[in-house]
Design a protein around this ligand. Structure first.
Ligand SMILES: CC(C)(COP(=O)(O)OP(=O)(O)OC[C@H]1O[C@@H](n2cnc3c(N)ncnc32)[C@H](O)[C@@H]1OP(=O)(O)O)[C@@H](O)C(=O)NCCC(=O)NCCS
Length: 389
């Protein structure tokens, strides 16, 4: 039998970090790495499972905020460092940690990246957003026309200060995007220091700085140069297009890889749309509605007749109930339900990536009037989270 404790000091945080890293088959943090790692531990947000005095499982959250359909920004918990000691797995350690985390987290929504697709549904997380991994044939990538703004290279000290400001100003551009916390930037800047060849360029238009991209170029055994785009945000399509002109006109680069939203119109930039190849579409955002009434009220809805949705939540029964969703908003009602849905699948439709009618086709939900529910929950913009954690 294990018990769950909130960790509070540096030695425990380091043991937590080591346990998680070992669960992922990585080595423990070196003293040097721990100088950075400790900055990612936020008091009150770090828990561990113990068997007596032995730590056997870990998880924590980072405080951030997330964009929901319609553009509102809500407090968000980024769940991370989920790990159980290999000699304690499949005995309910993670289940205990998840129950504790969900019942104490102060934020109305939590998201995570899942190492495996079968772990988190049982805890109420639904697959709410996917990402496209693109490869671009840079030698053939011709964007007609000239840039309209100016792209300038910035030195590391400048980018350390400027990029967080720019990300906060225009990086929260679609549902699923999250704000970055100080510990995230600490890790990012450490990685940047290690990757000597990481370059950041900033775009400016008539109103000042309005886009940036960070990338690194490496050479493979065949003397081919490959660019990986690490971080990319823009405030308007002029900045987006100009930065792509810059990237695709760089000397020596043969291929470029970048992560993009499912609806990113990048193919249309190029004379030959085939220079953009989708290598994979992968699950990205696993979303848990912690406070269903608050989260349903936070987002905007499309135009359609109202639908009554009955939500079931085994771990957080306060969310159980019927909600009448209309284009004017949401209210709790006693009326008969049109659709019955478990909380993980409500998470899956929340950002607009998945439709009720698809879940009904797969016999995952029951009811009627799925088309109206699809129209209400539709988002004109596909979700994406450009911040890995
Ligand atoms: C994934 C991990 C945290 C699960 O911890 P755990 O303590 O074994 O999980 P639990 O015993 O609480 O399992 C709860 C349920 O989830 C299932 N489950 C757990 N991990 C699973 C996995 N990787 N694949 C499929 N099912 C899994 C269990 O079988 C159990 O099902 P049941 O309730 O029907 O019996 C642990 O195996 C681990 O640390 N893995 C390596 C690191 C990792 O992948 N971390 C996640 C990073 S996102």
């Amino acid at each position: 039998m294990t018990d769950i404790r909130v960790l509070a000091d540096d030695a425990q945080y380091r043991a937590h970090n080591t346990l998680f890293r070992r669960a992922m088959h990585w080595g423990p943090p070196t003293d040097e790495k721990w100088e950075i790692g400790r900055r990612t531990y936020e008091p009150g947000r770090v828990i561990a499972a113990f068997d007596g005095d032995t730590m056997v499982g870990t998880t924590q959250t980072f405080a951030s905020s997330m964009v929901v359909p319609g553009g509102a920004v809500v407090p968000h918990a980024a769940v991370s460092r989920v790990g159980v000691r290999a000699d304690y797995t499949r005995r309910g350690v993670l289940s205990g940690l998840m129950r504790e985390q969900l019942s104490t987290v102060p934020d109305p929504v939590a998201t995570l990246r899942a190492s495996e697709g079968r772990i988190y549904g049982r805890f109420g997380y639904g697959l709410a957003g996917r990402v496209r991994f693109l490869r671009i044939d840079a030698r053939k990538a011709v964007i007609p026309g000239s840039p309209v703004g100016r792209v300038r290279m910035v030195d590391p000290d400048t980018s350390d200060k400027l990029v967080p400001e720019l990300h906060q100003a225009f990086g929260l551009d679609r549902p699923g995007q999250i704000s970055r916390w100080p510990g995230w930037w600490a890790i990012h800047q450490d990685r940047k220091g290690e990757a000597e060849n990481l370059v950041t360029v900033v775009h400016s238009g008539p109103d000042g700085d309005d886009g940036y991209v960070s990338y690194k170029v490496s050479e493979d055994d065949d003397f081919k140069h490959h660019m990986q785009v690490e971080d990319f945000a823009w405030a308007n399509t002029d900045a987006w297009r100009d930065l792509w002109i810059y990237l695709t006109r760089l000397d020596l680069v043969d291929t470029i890889t970048v992560d993009a939203a499912l609806d990113d119109p990048i193919n249309w930039l190029f004379e030959d749309p085939r220079v953009v190849f989708t290598k994979d579409v992968f699950d990205q955002i696993w979303l848990r509605l912690v406070d269903v009434p608050r989260m349903l009220a936070a987002r905007a809805y499309g135009a359609a007749a109202p639908v009554v949705i009955e939500v079931h939540d085994k771990l957080l029964p306060a969310n159980d109930g019927r909600y009448r969703v209309s284009s004017d908003g949401v209210e709790r009602v006693d009326a008969p339900a049109d659709i019955t849905i478990p909380v993980d699948l409500l998470g899956a439709v929340y950002l607009g990536d998945t439709k009720f009618s698809d879940l009904a086709a797969a016999r995952r939900i029951e009811g009627a009037r799925f088309d109206e529910a699809d129209a209400l929950f539709a988002s004109p913009v596909a979700p994406l989270c450009s911040t890995f954690f």
